[in-house]
Design a binder for this molecule. Sequence first.
Ligand code: ADP
Ligand code: MG
Length: 666
Amino acid sequence: MDNILIKIEQLKRHYIMGDNIVRAVDGIDLEISRGEFLSIVGKSGSGKSTLMHILGLLDISTDGEFLIEGTNTGEISDEKLSTLRNKYIGFVFQQFNLLSDLNVIENIALPLSYSAVLNEERLEIAAHFAKKVGISDRLYHMPSELSGGQAQRVAIARALVNKPDIILADEPTGNLDSHTSSKIMDLIRMLHEQNNTIIMVTHDSAVAEQADRTITISDGKIISDKSKNALSQKDMIKERNKYEISYEENHLSLRDLLRIGIREGLAAHKTRTLLTMLGIIIGVSSVIAMSSFSIGSKKKQANQIRALGANLVKIQDKKLESEKLTSARMEGSPGLSFRDLNCLKNNLKKEIKNLAYIRDIKMNVLYGEKRINSKIMGVGGDYLQVNNLKILKGRFFNTSDQEESTPVVVLGMRTAEKIMAHAPQETIGKKLLAGGAFYTIVGILEEKNIDFKELEATDLKDPNDTILIPFRTLVARTASIDLRSKIDEIQLQLISEDLLYTAGKTIKRTLKATHAEVDDFSIIIPMDLLKQKQQSQKLLDVLTICISSIALIVGGIGIMNIMLASVIERIREIGIRRAVGASKHDILFQFLSEAVIISVSGGVLGIILAAVGVIAVCLVFEIPIVFSPLMVIVAVFAAVITGLIFGIYPAHQAANQNPVEALRYE
Ligand code: ADP
Ligand code: MG
């Protein structure tokens, strides 16, 4: 017969239970035509449900053949079986099996999410079938708010939404009182009259009566097969347009995955999920915060160095003593001198922007009776520019001061405060006694706000605590004929920071020549020293990353734990979703997306927490706020990866649940 929808030959389903073999289905031959209304009766344990599960492609026979529309179901993959189940089969169960977290219309629409029906259309279609089964007035109720009869109507509507070829009903009235039961049977009969093929299991003979054909099963075998009226049955079969079975696979859309993940992964157990996220939150926020602080404080240190003179190279005389000094002079090195200055100017014409030179001296300084112990330096060249200093009040030295060796000084702010604590600026015009001569104070330097503790490694001195004298004045007034170098320090300000390294090499070469290869000077590049110091602090960064990774792993384990618990809690849901057409792949992705959503939410919370923390701490400690977008991307990425790694095992467990057992799970 052309109209054969289902053909079964010698179908067997045996369970091996230790030494026993349970023959739940034991050699069934059956042909079911399109448009038939078949009821299957038999004692409890006779194998009815097992047969139904095989017919519904939820279970696989151990032997025999089962063809739908001529397609051998034993030869196709889980994906294709799921597609067939979704599009060609509608299930109605004794226990209704609605998803308790979804409302009526969402439950009815559930199979549509596995068959690529657009979200907007789903609810429309669902509403249509809700009307058909007479449940339109309860669309937004939750399953727990429905009576048994209403719940079964919802389940029937859900079985119908994909316009299946076959409706399988396993004891559809088993949980209903007789009145409701007859109402549901009216509905099923109506569906039959609209040309649906219906296969119904029941142990109620009155219910079975309503079918056209009844087969009786005992011990896994058909013991009788009766048609009420063969002719009328034949009359009723109206041939539907035959169509090719389509295996086009449709999976849950990303939007569906996100929605399920957010609703069931995040919203369903808020406290539990938040606790689970803690590891991720801590890991992500700590790595972002620590890296921001680290980058920020490095930037702050570099900025401070720049504030004390950008692109600075200092050449210091080693101040050799006694024999060493004598032998250096005998080998032909005059120490740091104006010759060096000129050679450097010549060799680094393009690189040098400003240049200064300094001579140190130790002198007792008195203001009246008060001893002032600040550092005294004779300075020449562009000392202010090179050291990024400004005159706050008064003036700096001019050429005539240098030429005429005028006895004038300029004070750093702290020095001025030592003289007049409350009115440091009033010191201008006053006289200091230094080395037995009087010097007039002509200017005061603007104060520098620098944290010198942080710049320890860089050999930069506090300009606030100095007494500056014109270089020539110092030389003229203190000169003594000895072997001492003429200059104690040369300071070069280069055009740009990038030149520091290469210029350093040229300087070394130049000075080696003028110093007859004697090692009596040292070249100091503060920015380089800082970078070296910062380099050595890398360990701290590595440590932070390690700690954050551990937090992420702990967070990941938490997620895995919660997801494993969730698989057990929702085993029934897995069974229901499989029955309406979800493939293993769909279930896998659903649970995976939940895990990823939990960990990414943790990551986002971590980023927010870090942002708040970083902004607060940076404001308090005056560190520049650096919030590296790269770190944020890395953090989100790390959260996704954590979710994937620790979600895959639970998701795999979920996907591999046996759908029949999952549906039986209490
Ligand atoms: P019915 O629906 O007719 O009451 P079932 O099809 O549920 O019967 O069960 C048929 C037989 O198969 C019973 O003896 C039952 O105990 C057995 N059976 C069903 N499922 C399993 C299983 N997963 N493992 C072992 N035996 C099973
Ligand atoms: Mg049963």
